[in-house]
Design a protein around this ligand. Structure first.
Ligand code: GLV
Ligand code: MN
Ligand code: MN
Length: 412
């Protein structure tokens, strides 16, 4: 089979998609169900149809583009990722897996390959947690990891529920219908930029992910007492932001002092109310993101954060509520899919490195219902979630080629 990736076309599609954004280039912002996200979805559907794929969408907006195999009743082989992007992100996170997967399918078609199992490209809804507080909404629902009832009631910052927002976006059906039937997929693979520095540093062009680290997130609400910045004396204050500052440092310390470099914790959002120069902050809300390759150690950090919150609350006479939004287990990738990826790398003379994914991905949840694995490509300086995120088209095309070869071997 003569497999060839059309790099020029793939690059022009990545550039075209980057223009569908709410940020100025080089930044990309595509929050789920905003006009930019909806336009990106329409763009993708048009491109999938142009490739002869049969497209369907489920009630939460996961998109499935199917290349029907000669045995339509056999479980499909899936590949894909997400197109939503956090505020001021780059062009490649998620996009490489969706457009690389589409180009892999087109390359197989051009090569005259005929799959036995159907091959399906997937776009997952809201891999990023920006709007509804938890990430991987689409894959959580597909895998039955999030109940429709809980999902329905998730709200964004303006108080709109996921159920209302998705219906306004034109999605019909019930969230209960999103969960995939057992045995729907034979295998799933996701191409993604590494989002870290290892491949670049080691000068190896491909990484086969063996394990995905365990993510957790929490929302912290602090209530103190507001007042006049000039007249309330220091001894009389219950400043919510000062309490938040102590807690942020306690969170950093909890992650830094485990025995492992694999523990990380981040406070990425801090909202201060009322937010005036001459007003003592009365309310603060923080986001907390904690991850580790080891589940027990990750959970000990969460406990340490809860203990610190209690102590700070008592000492500063403020109320602190820690609401755990998600605390997921790590995922082990499937040996069969990793082996198929490794065989494809070897077939094309490509070196690869087995590696851990410290970022989470929809594969974390797909791995619960289907043998799944991921293929990483390098990104410059390991940068991600920032506008200067960059992966070369040579690396992207190499990844797409290995995806194509692996889809062929799994669907033949
Ligand atoms: C995914 O975007 C992550 O935060 O790991
Ligand atoms: Mn991301
Ligand atoms: Mn991603």
């Amino acid at each position: 089979m003569d497999l060839e990736i059309d790099s020029a076309r793939l690059l022009s599609e990545i550039e075209a998609l980057a223009l569908i954004s709410e940020a100025q280039l080089p930044g990309v912002t595509r929050i789920v169900f905003t006009p930019a996200d909806m336009r990106a979805r329409t763009w993708l559907i048009d491109h999938c149809r142009a490739a002869g794929l049969a497209v369907r969408q489920d009630a939460v907006g996961n998109i499935f583009a199917r290349w029907q195999g000669s045995d339509p009743a056999a479980p499909a082989v899936g590949t894909g990722s997400h197109l939503d992007a956090i505020p001021n992100a780059g062009k490649y996170d998620g996009v490489v897996g969706v457009l690389g997967g589409l180009e892999a399918i087109r390359a197989l078609q051009r090569a005259g390959f005929h799959p036995r199992n159907s091959v399906e490209l997937l776009l997952f809804t809201s891999e990023e947690p920006t709007r509804f507080g938890i990430g991987c909404l689409g894959s959580r629902l597909l895998s039955g990891s999030l109940s429709a009832d809980v999902a329905r009631k998730l709200t964004d910052r303006s108080g709109e529920s996921l159920d209302d927002v998705r219906r306004k976006a034109g999605l019909s059906g019930e969230l209960e219908e999103v969960q995939l039937p057992t045995g729907y997929y034979k295998a799933f693979l996701e191409l993604h930029i590494e989002q870290g520095p290892v491949l670049e540093r080691e000068r190896v062009p491909l990484g086969i992910v063996t394990k995905i680290a365990a993510p957790a997130s929490a929302r912290v609400s602090i209530d103190g007492e507001g007042g006049h910045a000039g007249t309330v004396l220091m001894a009389d204050r219950r400043d919510a932001l000062c309490a938040a500052s102590e807690l942020i440092l306690a969170i950093e310390n909890a992650a830094r002092t485990t025995s492992s470099i694999d523990t990380v914790a981040t406070v990425g959002m801090c909202e201060v109310f009322p937010g005036a120069v001459n007003s003592i902050p009365s309310q603060v809300s923080l986001s907390v993101d904690v991850r580790d390759t080891d589940l027990a150690r990750r959970d000990r950090v969460i406990c340490a954060v809860e203990t610190a919150a209690k102590q700070i609350s008592e000492r500063r006479c403020v109320s602190i509520r820690v609401e755990l939004l998600n605390a997921d287990a790590p995922a082990e990738c499937a040996p069969d899919v990793m082996d198929a990826l490794a065989a494809s790398c070897r077939k094309h003379g490509q070196k690869f490195l087995p590696m851990i994914s410290r970022a989470y991905h929809d594969s974390l949840f797909m791995a619960r219902i289907v043998p799944a694995a991921m293929l990483f490509i390098p990104c410059r300086n390991g940068y991600s979630h920032r506008p200067d995120e960059y992966a070369s088209i040579e690396d992207i095309a190499r990844g797409a080629l290995v995806v194509a070869e692996t889809l062929a071997s799994l669907s033949a």
